[in-house]
Design a binder for this molecule. Sequence first.
Ligand code: GDP
Ligand code: MG
Length: 647
Amino acid sequence: MAIKVALCGNPNVGKTSLFNALTGLRQYVANWAGVTVEVKEGVRKWQGKQIEIVDLPGTYTLTSFSLDEKVAREYLLYKPVDVVVVIADALNLYQGLYLLLEVVEMGVKTILAVNAIDEARKKNVELDRYELSKHLGVSVVFTSAVTGEGIEDLLNTIVKVASLPATQVRVNYSEDIEKAIDEVRQSLSQIELSEMLSRWFSLKCIENDPEIMEFVSNRGVKIDFSVFKGMGEKIARQKYDMINLILKEAVKKREKSLNVSEAIDHVLTHKYLGIPIFLALMYLAFNFAFSTVQPLTDAVEWLFTAAADLIKSTISSEMISSLLADGVLSGVGGVLSFVPNIFALFLILGVMEESGYLPRAAFVVDRIMYSLKLSGRSFMSFLLGFGCSVPAVMSTRGISDPKERLVTILSVPFISCSARLPVYLLLASIFFRDNAGTVVFGMYALSILVSISTAVFTNKILFKGEPSFLIMELPRYRFPTAKNIVLYLWNRGKHFLIKAGTIIFAASVIIWILSYFPARGDVSHSFAAYIGKAVSVIMKPFGFDWRISTALVFGVAAKEVIVSALSMFFGFSGTISFAQDLSMQISPLQAFALLVFVMAYVPCFATLGAIYSETGQKRWVVFTVFYSLLVAYLLALAVVFIGGLVL
Ligand code: GDP
Ligand code: MG
């Protein structure tokens, strides 16, 4: 029989790292909460036993306020596991033990893994395993997912604990609460529950947990829950009191030396300096990412051009060679030539995230977010949005306030995802050669502005909510490990490569077909031209002809497709280059309007799908489509209008 094990713990304590160490799998280890939204599973053979391990989303409590908490709790409640390993950060046991007590109260077999024990040693914090185990009534293992210490010990303990009967650990509360528990338990007696679970359900009723109250009401239990008002806080306080007592016995901290990390922290999270430092670092990062890899970008471009030339000169069938050279190679190659830039940007973001700097930025902007009625929790979704809007929209599950969550879902897609980057790079390199890095940075800054404005706007029209607070321990500064950076790069970059091989490839073929037929090669009388000509009517103010309009239409499938389509439509005749052809069609000002339009208009299909699945309502998809089109159109108009006055 397999042993089923669930890992749970506060966000950022090293659950995923330990999961990887235990199972030998390689899930990306992120530096903040909200990344592990789905439950991940893995298997390990140990002492002849099959151990099945799941990595639950990070939570602080088992009260179901946020979706992450709900997922973790429902898993523990409804999927029987043999052993729960609660992972706590050795340097933040206070918060970790709270969750441990909540798990233990459910009556499941529990192990406490005190992780990052290496860090604790470095900080001269001494922990007493025996004292912890004695007072908590569970087995305790010290682990480090980084050095591998304690992993075998943990596996041995899992096998041992699974074979023993569950220990019944009880947190004893003050008399009034114990009395209330007894009362509720009597009313619950008609529901079949184990001894421990009925106590746990009673506690949750007293804490006024909405789901549990509904659960018992649905089973005909009539309790006036309002009489317990204020008792929930009391229960939490008494748990913390107990934890404090235990920690006094078990933790010894020796003299602390002056800490470099704290000094750096002070500057980087400074009230006023923090934001300019953040912006300056991002600016440098962008410029560095784009200037250093330019030779690589040129090389990839050259390669694709050479391949296209080769095909044109060797394949005699005009139609086949056009499909391969003008369709597939030009469409996919146009996008692939930006792979070096994209990897360079992810490399830098990876280093910033891995070292612990980006989570600090969340703290710096928390103050601003608060005034927007959002929390630092939303900010982390926004940061994910720079990679791809889909996981960013999904990561909002960690936001406990449903209104804040909806506002975040609606504003996050405006953050410039990596798919828009090729479009920016293409246009910036043609029209703003010397200032390409600055223009691209500007697009990112503008995208942040637009999504913040959207947050304010949607908050205004939808509701007035108070934000929830950011409860996040700042991760320690770490020297980023090469392995983690490579994993980060690969996990983020591979989507781009996969997309190039699938969606963009397919879109290129479709666009080629639409632009080859029915006039057999005469693009200006093709199906694509008919579509574009219809759309270009409303694009008149920006000087976008049918070719640009068609590209924008196809860009809804995936933003990179805009690059593929433009590469196919411009420079088509072969007498002039792509860049020359494009710059004859639009002025730099109009190119800027195009950039702005691409930045803001309709998110790709995948994102719209994510918005639908996360909100469960079609109207938010419809809202997103029309709202973003309106914003894009107005912004582009503003560009040509203001630009026309200035220039
Ligand atoms: P999760 O949010 O609980 O899944 O935590 P992660 O596994 O994503 O880890 C958060 C961060 O802590 C990562 O950057 C890890 O490299 C780091 N980390 C995890 N375990 C340890 C450990 O035992 N020692 C040290 N020093 N760092 C760790
Ligand atoms: Mg994780």
